[in-house]
Every structure is written in C-alpha cells, then in structure tokens.
Design a binder for this molecule. Structure first.
Ligand code: PGA
Length: 253
C-alpha cells in the first residue's frame, strides 16, 4: 500500500488525474472502475481539462461504475448515470456505449446484478479502480457488515450514508434507501486501486481503514491486503496517521 499525502484538495485532484491519465494513455485498452460522490468531482474536472488540452484520449476506455441508487432511472437527475455524464462523460471522448452503470430501474435486481457480474468478467476485470470512502468506511455502497460481499448485490443504505447523501436530494424522504453495488470481492480484484479522501471529516475513517484491523465492519480496511493500492489523501484527511508508528507515507508538496 502506498500512502501519498498532498497539501490540499486541488493538488489531490491534479495528482489523481495525472495518475489516471498515465494509465489510460499507456494502455491499449483500459477498464476503468469509476466512483461518484463529491470527492472525485475535481479529479473528473482535471481529467476533462487534460482531454481538452490533447493530453488524454478516452477512446480506448471502458468504464464500469461502482454503484447506482435503486429506483432511479438513467434519466433521473440524481442518478449516478447523470452524475457521470455531467461530471465526466459529456466532456471527454469516451464512447457512451462503453460506459457501464447499474440500471436502478431494473425489473429484476437479481438479474441486473448477475448481468453486472458477467459484464465485469467479460471485460476482463477492472484495470484501475477509483474509490472514495464513506464516513463509515464503505467503498462502493458496501456498508459495514458481518462479512465481505463477493459480488454485485442490493444493499440497504446505512443511516450514516443516508444522512451524508441526503443533502443531494430535495429531502431525506426523496433519497433512495437502497442501492446496487459491486461487491468488495470485485473491487478487490481490480489490478490497481486508487482511493481518494479529503477533509478532516474523513480523518477518523482513514485512520481505522489503514491502521485498524481488517474487518467488514470497516469495508475499506480490506485494501490493506491489496497488492497495488495507492491511497491519496490531503493533509486534513491524513491527520490521524501523520506521525503514527509503523505507517509509511510520502508527502508531496
Ligand atoms: P463523498 O462520498 O466523496 O461524497 O464523501 C464518498 C463515498 O461515499 O464513497
């Protein structure tokens, strides 16, 4: 695990975009696992800027998103499909047919999860997975649980997640209480993982995920066992690990 600490969120977005762009440009074809939420928004902006300046080509990228809300159609403005279109896909030369997100309006969610599982296998697995982290340690929408989930599934969102994400909806009642998510096993199988966290509010969860026990009670803690994971933090999110014994990190100024 490589832990990198940068001064502020804007440097983090810049570093993350450069990291992703290098992988995209090097590969003949790249399967990119994408995340939503507030953390990667600036990274997507930087990726769009790299594309506009001719330094990045998305034509060979296949994207697979981590999750989607149950009950929201691709056209719903709160759906993660719309989030991805608005924050990244509409600004770069990715072929929309190569972008994949769960169908939150599927008639049969078991079938939709099976379709997603097959899709990931058919595309050859995820080369680079971008992750945020929830306040409760979730990755994708894998909430704290008694076990690590292996494959795609429907999840009941935790109260903590509902409270964190409700501000994006007109009211808490309008926020879906369930989501479809890739499993921890599928995220873990990504060849390379880049996890981003910013702000003091993430400091406690970053400390437990990186320094605490590997446990499904803090789903991101599984990343301690991954062989190619980069954790990119701003100073605030890194506050709890700065100076801690036995942690190796690099500060980038
Ligand atoms: P956030 O969400 O980027 O909005 O903090 C992260 C997550 O829930 O994975």
């Amino acid at each position: 695990m490589e832990i990198l600490i940068v001064d502020n969120p804007s440097k983090l977005a810049n570093y993350a975009a450069t990291f992703i762009a290098a992988r995209v440009n090097q590969a003949e074809r790249l399967v990119l696992g994408l995340a939503t939420g507030s953390t990667p928004v600036n990274t997507y902006r930087e990726l769009s800027a790299l594309y506009r300046s001719g330094k990045l080509d998305f034509s060979k990228v296949v994207s697979i998103n981590l999750d989607e809300y149950v009950g929201l159609s691709a056209e719903d403005k709160q759906s993660y499909r719309q989030f991805m279109n608005e924050n990244l896909f509409n600004h770069v030369n990715i072929n929309l047919a190569n972008t994949h997100i769960f169908n939150g309006k599927a008639e049969d969610f078991a079938q939709e999860c099976a379709r997603y599982d097959s899709l990931i296998v058919e595309k050859g697995g995820i080369d680079l997975q971008l992750l945020g982290i929830g306040m409760n340690g979730h990755i994708g929408f894998n909430e704290p649980d008694d076990y690590f989930s292996m494959t795609s599934h429907v999840v009941d969102l935790s109260t903590e997640t509902i409270l964190s994400n409700a501000p994006y909806f007109e009211s808490v009642d309008q926020m879906p209480k369930q989501a479809l998510t890739m499993g921890i096993g599928q995220i873990f199988k990504a060849k390379t993982i880049l996890l981003l966290a910013t702000g003091e509010s993430k400091s406690a969860v970053i400390t437990s995920a990186l320094l605490g026990p590997v446990t499904p009670r803090c789903p991101a803690s599984i990343l301690q066992l991954h062989q190619d994971v980069t954790i990119l933090l701003d100073c605030e999110a890194a506050r709890g690990i700065l100076g801690a014994k036995g942690v190796y990190y690099k500060e980038i100024h």
